[in-house]
Design a protein around this ligand. Structure first.
Ligand code: NAD
Length: 474
């Protein structure tokens, strides 16, 4: 794929773009491909195509829209080998994880096709009939970050298209290629203009959210950018769904089997190099098991292979891009400057590429930046707690509220703790599991609205109530 000329998909046609920008392999730092840098005129064309395609797509029977989502899923599945190799190259993740991202995206499209769009009759009396129906909103801007480019795009595409909206999809500037390639492979499946894929540098996102031809912005990314998106969408009162950052706590109760949970807890924090919105970013461990569990996690960490995601056996790849790499190193430096104890890691890697070793900190203070901020990298603070009320207070004391996990052999007690946590998703004895059939969203500054489940489909719908008077009409 290295010499492939990646193109945007606008109105069903290939658009090479008048300008391009380089895409790096984060494992080497080398630019290996060019992506189109969408101009304003090209964006206008994409939005216009989506607007033109909207009436016919809205009028297409939902059964046909379901069918086409399944065709899209099938094409992506057939191309998992090519797409996942490309994804590893631009994103850095180990090849099996890239297969999971691409295959997961296809699965999400397929499962999204099963959702029903509800209709609610609130009155059917002698006098009146009242029904609320849910129709599409119009043109959706789907904006995706770089950590899971395919599956996070599918979170939006599936329900948006099912509900009858048309879409302009924008991947992150550092991971545009797999998404562009999917756009190319899907050309001709949907009517022209229903799905447009555009790529660009940092200027493109703000253009898209401010564009008058967009009716709804479905955004996944950082809380900081989410605020800008909301501000920009306010101009024409666009609908917004914001899936933002997190600082997920894990609460590990003293009744766990230390040996059994150590590996799961490790991956809760370090999968995808820690670059997951719902990664465990603060691990609270009860004082009675703190020392043995700490030792077991560090022992396991020593066995994990970091490297180029394209190499067989790699379990953790590089950080995805230079900006994030610098941010993670800055947090490590802050921990060093403050004299916190490193159990493992903490050194910048000497090899080329954006590699940061697995870094685990021993009980830094709650006020530490690494505890308070979203690290989004392979750095984890282990934190000691004494009692339940205290740890729930610490877990909730955050501007974020995306996910949380509880590890305990007492399920009833864990269920009770879940109700006291300010988090959109709570896992008991697991982490990061999501379903296309369950609502996923954040409390507080982790977002507005949800993806997944019937509620997620309604985020792409406009409610319309029709009252019909049954008595005399004249
Ligand atoms: P980011 O906010 O920098 O970028 C996300 C996307 O927004 C990219 O496509 C980017 O080009 C675009 N963008 C940037 N500035 C914009 C602007 N002013 N207007 C419109 N679009 C703009 O986020 P990131 O660094 O790519 O991703 C990491 C963040 O995403 C983390 O905070 C992570 O927790 C969060 N995230 C959240 C979820 C979730 O579902 N809640 C999932 C994955 C990642």
């Amino acid at each position: 794929m290295a010499d492939h000329k990646f193109t945007m998909t606008i109105n069903g046609k290939a658009v090479a773009g008048t300008e391009t920008f380089g895409v790096e392999n984060p494992a080497t730092g080398e630019v290996f491909a060019q992506a189109p840098d969408c101009s304003k005129a090209e964006l206008d064309a994409a939005v216009a195509a989506a607007r033109d395609a909207f009436p016919a797509w809205k009028a297409t029977p939902i059964a046909r829209r379901r069918e086409l989502l399944n065709v899209m899923a099938g094409i992506i599945m057939q191309n998992v080998p090519e797409l996942s190799r490309l994804l590893t190259r631009e994103q850095g993740k180990p090849h099996p994880d890239a297969e999971g991202d691409v295959g997961g995206g296809a699965f999400w499209l397929m499962e999204s096709s099963r959702h029903e769009i509800p209709e609610h009759v609130s009155e059917d009396s002698a006098e009146r009939h009242a029904v609320t129906r849910y129709g599409p909103i119009g043109v959706v801007a789907a904006i995706v970050p770089w950590n899971f480019p395919v599956i996070l795009a599918a979170f939006k595409l599936g329900p948006a298209l099912l509900a009858g909206n048309t879409v302009v999809l924008k991947p992150a500037p550092t991971t545009p290629l797999t998404t562009l390639r999917i756009g190319e492979l899907l050309r001709g499946v949907l009517p022209d203009g229903v799905l447009n894929v555009v790529s660009g540098s940092d200027r493109l996102g703000p253009w898209l959210t401010a564009h008058k031809g967009i009716d709804k912005v479905s955004f996944t990314g950082s809380t900081q950018t989410g605020k800008k998106v909301m501000e920009s969408a306010a101009g024409s009162l666009k609908r917004v769904t914001l899936e933002l950052g997190g600082n997920d706590p894990a609460i590990v109760m003293p009744d766990v089997d230390v040996k059994k949970v150590a590996e799961d807890l490790f991956w809760a924090a370090f999968r995808n190099t820690g670059q997951i919105c719902i990664a465990t970013k603060r691990m609270y461990i009860h004082k009675d098991i703190y020392e043995p569990l700490k030792a077991a996690i560090v022992e396991y960490a020593k066995t994990v292979k970091i490297g180029d995601g394209a190499e067989q056996g790699t379990q953790i790849g590089p950080i995805q891009n230079s900006a994030q790499y610098k941010r993670v190193l800055e947090l490590i430096q802050d921990a060093r400057d403050n004299g916190y104890t490193f159990l493992i890691g903490g050194e910048a890697s000497k090899v080329p590429g954006y590699f940061v070793p697995i870094t685990i900190l021993d009980n830094p203070p709650e006020s530490a930046r690494i505890v308070q901020e979203e690290q989004f990298g392979p750095v984890l603070p282990l934190l000691k707690f004494d009692n339940l009320d205290e740890v729930i207070g610490r877990a909730n004391d955050s501007e974020y509220g995306l996910g949380a996990s509880i590890w305990s052999s007492d399920i009833d007690r864990a269920q009770d703790i879940a109700t006291r946590l300010q988090a959109g998703t709570v896992w008991i004895n697991e982490s990061q599991h999501l379903s296309p059939h369950a609502a996923f969203g954040g409390f507080k500054q982790s977002g507005i609205g949800v993806e997944g489940g019937p509620e997620g489909v309604l985020e792409f719908c406009q409610a319309q109530t029709v009252f019909t008077r049954k008595s005399a009409t004249a």
